[in-house]
Design a protein around this ligand. Structure first.
Ligand code: DMJ
Length: 460
């Protein structure tokens, strides 16, 4: 008994110590300085893209070349980065990106694309660009793209296939996942709002609710599902890769459009996630992986993508759970000096040791800071940002890391680095008046959309 008490006391002390972030005072001047540093990094990354990858989807920051996802370029980097330039008041860069996009982007191509990625990176960016600038060509491009994505949803269940050909509408790959099925509510809802055609929100909502109605008796979902049959192919529930933004969009469809059914669905899932997956250990709070039917732990894996959930919890007002998770997130970052893609939070072993320049950990700091104004989140955000700017920098931009232990660089700078990572880092330190979270909702790719609680697509 005495040993038990000693153990509990030691565990509690370790937990408290691991939660302690050294207190430092932030002044307006020091926050502005950090914001400026991030803006310079954004300018530097764009300069590299311009110099070595102009017109391509992305910059390869080590070999200093350009890279396309498909046979043609869809200008992923300029498009994903455009609203970041606007928010950062980088007028010259915004002008360059705008000219490239409006003169070079064409969706009338015989090309098969991944529906989810094209939606979050391109469609979301185009709609956001339109809302921020009222520049009609952005909406024309968005409408054209939206129409071309619609055939993906022609499955027996209404859940989209993973790939669609933009010209022919041919689809492929029926085994998909909740994220790739349920992450259209925001972009398609906005398209319905701006075009007056309810079809987009209708099919986006149907797809998300086809997942929801297949939840288990304990209100969890699995990782893989067949969109032809509606049968689960993998029953492990987790909040990271392949499920993450399905949960996120149920909450955000409520935040953006006031959709009550989405809010109810979010609440039900969130309650189950907290009941079966939330795990508190001395180093912080994590969400573990469980079987969707029994709620029993399958793997104690956690990683860079999972880190977003603290942000969505903070946004929804649950700052208590969010804080605990964020301490786990920060532990993950500081333990490895850059967060890994995945590690085992029970024994700290690395599963996927790479860092892909992901935003989620900083994103959660941003939401937590906005809700609490606790400088702890500024300290965390500064440490993470400084690590990235120092360890990932190349002669041409910023590179993903192959292994957080060796810091060997990977020849990749994903467009979300400019769309999300630098944007959330900047907004964490920039004056809050720049962006009012009461008026906008960020898509999963951090494209800001203006709240419209009057909009009702009446989807069913
Ligand atoms: C982004 O493309 C989106 O945030 C998506 O939802 C998952 N993660 C990447 C960035 O890590």
């Amino acid at each position: 008994m005495r040993y038990h008490r000693v153990f509990c006391f030691t565990a509690a002390m370790l937990f408290l110590l691991s939660c302690t972030v050294p207190s430092q005072t932030f002044t307006t001047a020091s926050k502005n300085k950090q914001a400026e540093k991030i803006r310079s990094a954004c300018r530097y990354a764009w300069k590299g893209y311009k110099q070595y990858a102009w017109g391509y989807d992305a910059l390869k920051p080590v070999t200093k070349t350009g890279q396309n996802w498909y046979a043609v370029s869809f200008l992923m980097t300029p498009l994903d980065a455009y609203d970041t330039f606007i928010l950062m008041e980088m007028k010259e860069e915004a002008k360059e990106a705008r000219e490239l996009i409006l003169s070079g982007l064409n969706f009338n191509v015989d090309q098969e694309v991944q529906v989810f990625e094209i939606n979050i990176r391109l469609l979301g960016a185009l709609i956001s660009a339109y809302e921020l600038t009222q520049d009609h060509p952005f909406l024309d491009l968005a409408t054209d793209l939206g129409k071309r994505l619609l055939p993906a949803f022609n499955s027996p269940t209404g859940m989209p296939y993973r790939y669609v050909n933009l010209k022919t509408g041919t689809t492929r790959d029926p085994v998909s996942n909740p994220a790739e099925i349920g992450t259209y509510l925001l972009e398609f809802g906005k398209l319905s709002q701006h075009t007056g055609d309810s079809i987009y929100y209708k099919i986006a909502k149907k797809a998300a609710f086809e997942i929801y109605r297949r939840r288990s008796d304990i209100d969890l979902v699995g990782t893989l599902i067949d969109v032809n049959t509606g049968e689960w192919k993998n029953m492990e529930c987790q909040i990271g890769a392949r499920i993450d933004s399905y949960f996120e969009y149920l909450y955000k469809a409520w935040a953006l459009f006031g959709d009550k059914e989405c809010f109810e669905a979010w609440k039900i899932h969130n309650k189950a996630i907290k009941k079966f997956m939330f795990t508190r250990i001395p180093s912080g709070g994590y969400f573990t992986r469980v079987d969707m039917k029994s709620g029993k732990e399958t793997h104690s894996y956690y990683g860079a993508l999972d880190a977003f959930y603290a942000g969505i919890l903070a946004l929804s007002g649950d700052t208590i759970t969010a804080r605990t998770i964020q301490r786990g997130n920060y532990y993950m970052w500081t333990r490895f000096n850059l967060e890994p893609e995945e590690f085992n939070f029970r024994n700290d072993s690395l599963l996927y040791p790479n860092y892909a320049l992901r935003p989620e950990n900083i994103e959660s700091c941003f939401y937590l800071y906005r809700q609490t104004h606790d400088p702890e989140f500024l300290i965390m955000g500064r440490r993470m940002t400084d690590d990235i700017l120092e360890k990932c920098k190349t002669d041409a931009g910023y590179a993903a890391i192959k292994n957080v232990s060796t810091l060997e660089k990977e020849d990749s700078m994903e467009s979300f680095f400019l769309a999300e990572t630098l944007k959330y880092a900047y907004l964490l330190f920039a004056p809050e008046t720049l962006l009012d979270l009461k008026k906008i909702v960020f898509t999963t790719e951090a494209h800001p959309l203006i709240k419209d609680q009057q909009f009702s697509a009446d989807p069913f």
